[in-house]
Design a protein around this ligand. Structure first.
Ligand SMILES: [Fe+2]
Length: 370
């Protein structure tokens, strides 16, 4: 460790706290007069988009809304958004991971030539695009603090763009915006955040900086996800927003691992929410990884106030009504072969998993989860 040079990547600025969204108008004005809000219809319906628009109009800025973002956004949505954005000074993304991902890639590419498909991969974007402010309305994806955008192709496969130009100019994390989230979304996205924190903590790429963030996130989620999902009070929402952000910064600078790799094919074939498929795989992958770094798993247990971190994760899932077996989603035992094949494609994730995972290992883990 001591001969390593750490690099630590984050957005340029973060505002965090109840009411933080009120700062958006004043901050937006510093970037120009023409603002485009990018969101999905659900966020618009609950009034969050109008609220943000109000703060921007108070500063006498022009604001339009692009609300054609859907979950698991496809290449078409990105292309459309890039075209629209060319006439604006600033993009403001509001929503869950999908809206923020569309905002990030579209604003980053608004001044680049060619098709978005040319930029899939690592560091393919060569110049700065249009500035962006990101406002998450869920507590899970960590997209507001990451430099990753996930896009879905026509066949349902997911590709990712990694670029420093995807980091936000400002991330505004306001826990009050998550108060209207339904129980299921809270539980699923909360488990995505927990998976980010745990995978980041045990990753071979983890370091002192990412470890403190990941452990704090695990502690907060263990303390607050039940209340956030079952009661939805502001204290638990606050802790989940903080945890999700911390876990996001942790995994950006460390890595995700085999849970995300194994969860991926489930989502593609059976259209599970991202957090839901992670929740399914998490305890079984933890069991597989445990002996690769028992101390780290003991630390996770301590952060969860428990002697057995795997048992605690299973209990937490049960307490927020997350379904725990693949067969409950109609998955078939015959799917396991195909899933194991596809999971192995995620080499970038498996590379930093604390224990080497081969196809046969994946099959065994799916067998247990089935
Ligand atoms: Fe995730």
């Amino acid at each position: 460790m001591i001969d390593e040079i750490l690099e630590f990547k984050t957005p340029k600025r973060i505002f965090f706290g109840n009411g933080a969204v009120k700062k958006v108008g004043v901050e937006a004005k510093k970037f120009g007069d023409k603002i485009l809000i990018i969101a999905g219809k659900t966020v618009r319906k609950v009034g969050i988009v109008d609220k943000v628009r109000g703060y921007i109009e108070e500063e006498s800025l022009d604001v339009d809304i692009f609300d054609r973002v859907k979950p698991e956004p496809t290449t078409d949505v990105f292309k459309e958004c890039i075209e629209v954005l060319k006439d604006y000074d600033l993009a403001i993304g509001i929503g869950g991971g999908s809206s923020l991902d569309v905002t990030k890639a579209s604003s980053a590419l608004a001044k680049s030539e060619g098709s978005i498909n040319d930029y899939i991969g690592i560091d393919k974007i060569k110049k700065e695009g249009i500035p962006k402010i990101l406002i998450p309305t869920t507590s899970g994806s960590g997209s507001e603090v990451s430099h990753i955008t996930v896009l879905t192709d026509e066949k349902g496969n997911k590709n990712a763009i990694y670029s420093k130009y995807l980091f936000s100019d400002i991330s505004v994390v306001d826990p009050e915006l998550t108060l209207t989230l339904p129980k299921k979304v809270t539980a699923d996205t909360g488990f995505d955040a927990l998976t980010h924190a745990i995978e980041s903590y045990v990753s071979l790429k983890s370091n002192e900086l990412t470890d403190v963030l990941a452990l704090k996130a695990i502690e907060l989620i263990s303390e607050s996800l039940r209340d956030a999902a079952n009661i939805g009070n502001i204290k638990s929402r606050y802790n989940m927003s903080m945890a999700s952000m911390l876990a996001g910064i942790a995994f950006v600078n460390s890595s995700l691992g085999a849970v995300h790799a194994l969860a991926y094919p489930l989502g593609v074939k059976y259209h599970l929410a991202h957090g839901e498929s992670n929740a399914l795989m998490l305890p079984y992958v933890m069991k597989f990884n445990y002996n690769a770094n028992p101390q780290k798993f003991k630390d996770i247990g301590k952060a969860m106030n428990s002697r057995d971190c795997i048992e605690s994760v299973i209990k937490l899932a049960r307490d927020v009504d997350i379904v725990s077996k693949m067969r409950d989603f109609g998955m078939k035992e015959e799917d396991i072969e195909e899933f194991s094949e596809i999971a192995m494609i995620s080499k970038r994730l498996l590379k930093y998993n604390p224990r080497e995972m081969r196809k046969d290992d994946a099959k065994k883990i799916y067998g247990e989860a089935w």
